[in-house]
Design a protein around this ligand. Structure first.
Ligand code: GTP
Ligand code: MG
Length: 178
């Protein structure tokens, strides 16, 4: 068959935001690739799989502070950044914004003109921020000016994959990676 285009994607965001859970939902079901139990990521995990008509090469990073400086080593190859936010973690929205600003300052991100997909995750939790609130709290229109980006709310633990928001987000990504 026709070879699917390959997309190099980095998945970042603070610890506990749901990055690994989201990536896990994208993997083909009933394969050994999919993890049964998700634990905090140590360092990073690199994986390849097909989703949304793309061949994904994803680096799923630990969001813990001591690993965040590793993110930048992988930006130079990335065509897309998936930035996951815990929408219910209002206290750390400013920390998430700081990390995003750090990414955007990276010269290879600037050069590659990578596209950004934000998952406003954990929308199932009470008192979680809406996409609109997160857009404001992270100052997205200003920080992402001139870049191709989108924010999609998600619930990565919803049983029905079509109701998670993940498919919608990845479909957008697949349509916008260059
Ligand atoms: P690190 O690897 O430590 O950076 O964390 P991570 O961003 O990969 O988060 P992970 O996927 O390990 O999820 C952290 C916790 O949040 C787990 O207990 C998940 O089950 C839970 N979780 C993930 N997504 C959602 C969601 O949409 N809603 C709710 N309620 N819980 C979620
Ligand atoms: Mg993880």
């Amino acid at each position: 068959g026709v070879k699917k285009p390959e997309a190099k994607v980095v998945c970042v965001g603070l610890d506990n935001s749901g990055k690994t859970t989201i990536i896990n939902r994208l993997k083909p079901p009933k394969t050994k690739q999919r993890s049964e139990e998700i634990v905090p990521t140590v360092g990073f995990v690199s994986e390849k799989f097909q989703a949304g008509g793309l061949e994904f090469t994803v680096w799923d990073f630990s969001g813990q502070g001591r690993y965040r400086n590793m993110w930048e080593m992988y930006y130079k190859d990335a065509q897309a950044v998936i930035f996951v936010i815990d929408s219910a973690d209002r206290l750390r929205m400013a920390v998430a914004k700081d990390e995003l600003e750090g990414i955007l300052k990276d010269s290879s991100i600037q050069k590659n003109n990578a596209v950004f997909l934000f998952f406003a995750n954990k929308m199932d939790l009470a008192d979680s921020c809406s996409e609109v609130e997160i857009t404001q709290l992270l100052d997205l229109p200003k920080l992402l000016r001139g870049k191709t980006y989108n924010i999609v709310s998600s619930n990565a633990i919803e049983e029905d994959i079509n109701k998670t928001g993940i498919i919608e987000g990845i479909a957008w990504l697949a349509g916008h990676v260059k």
